[in-house]
Design a protein around this ligand. Sequence first.
Ligand SMILES: *Cc1c(COP(=O)(O)O)cnc(C)c1O
Length: 476
Amino acid sequence: MSASASRPLVPEWLTVPDDADALAPLVWPESATRDDDGVLTIAGVSAAQLRAEFGTPLYVLDEQAVRARAREVREAFAQAAAAHGAQVRVYYAGKAFLSTEVVRWVTAEGLAVDVATGGELAIALAAGADPARLGLHGNNKSVAELEAAVQHGVGSVVLDSVIELERLAVIAERRGVVQPVLVRVNSGVHAETHDFLATAHEDQKFGFPLSSAPEIVARIRELPSLRFVGLHCHIGSQIFGTAGFAESAARVVDMHAQLREGGDVPVLNLGGGFGIAYTSVDDPTPIAELAAGIVEAVAAECAVRGIPVPNLAFEPGRTIVGRAGVTLYEVGTVKPVPVSDDLTRLYVSVDGGMSDNARPALYGAQYSARIASRTSDAAPALARVVGRHCESGDIVVDAEYLPGDITPGDLLAVPATGAYCHSLSNNYNAVPRPPVVAIDGGRARVIVRGETIDDLLARDAGIAHPSQARVKEPND
Ligand SMILES: *Cc1c(COP(=O)(O)O)cnc(C)c1O
């Protein structure tokens, strides 16, 4: 099979826009607009100003957009649960984007926080988060991480294996505490972006097969240092619609009801995974509708079994921060490449790439882009935005129509980069990671500073004095 047969040169969903400067409504932060000169502004701060002050590449986060979304999501689930007489706790899944500032924003808006490693736990604690409102995940938490969780009084540890269960019991017993735990199960439902797959078994590393829950929970109930509070199930990420969640809830509620026969089961945690719009064709279900639909499905399953609706927990990450983030790049080169007899693709190279956004390289994620420093009347041209790294898969935006006169020095903005971009960033090709600035009240401030070459050299044990080892510039 030829490459073109498996993957069209232009994705089927991509159409030539009427206006290659337009900001698609659900993709950009609500505060994004263009000023009188056509320059992109985010929450009142122009991209030109951001470039002048902070350079590029630059992660930009609209603080009020994160806060408003956190509130909206919490209220949507609270209302949906209240309609069935249940309480709900919404955890922000910190792995989407974690810094002390963001932890303070979301906790101030009433969210609890999920962490998955000792490093993420340290950030949440440094932000002053209430340990009782933290959850700890991970399929291979180290003994040190479990110790830290118990020591700090982390509210719940989500168990992922029998070995971990036994380790945690010993740690909690030695420290004389009773540690609340959830049991992560696989419902057999695995969601892809627009679809879901339901199988009897899931062939992946996370959690316990659903059918093994009675045995695992019985063991927890034998151990005085652990307290079983409920099942946990997370079916995937970037999910659209309620069908996958409803199918999974049906299966998990069935087990939840069975476990109630052996003791109290106060909580049911259904994870996160709510999808966002990356391009103008993505149409995520409004969160209120999604929350109502999922809770409705849980309530219906509970009613069938004659049990009360448990207190619910959810763990959204992407949907809290994704849309609030925009990455700014500077265009370095533009290269027309004939890719077939009648198609030329404009390769637009920017000053970042897979080191600041690994998602396209990791799983073919699609993004969109706009020139941020000006508008243009030039006819739209099929473009691929690529980075500066030594990989042909170093793609930022796989396919987008950009004004055909795009040129070196233009600022390019990629929206919907608030989630899983900074958190997946890396130093491939010894490229320092960009800073993150938050915009609020018409001002931008650094919330995570950018790396310098000295930061990179500082870790190289072969250099005694990194600053002296720098190559001298001619003017030094
Ligand atoms: C990643 C993850 C989440 C968050 O997923 P989003 O798609 O960002 O909402 C929640 N829970 C668990 C267990 C996860 O692994």
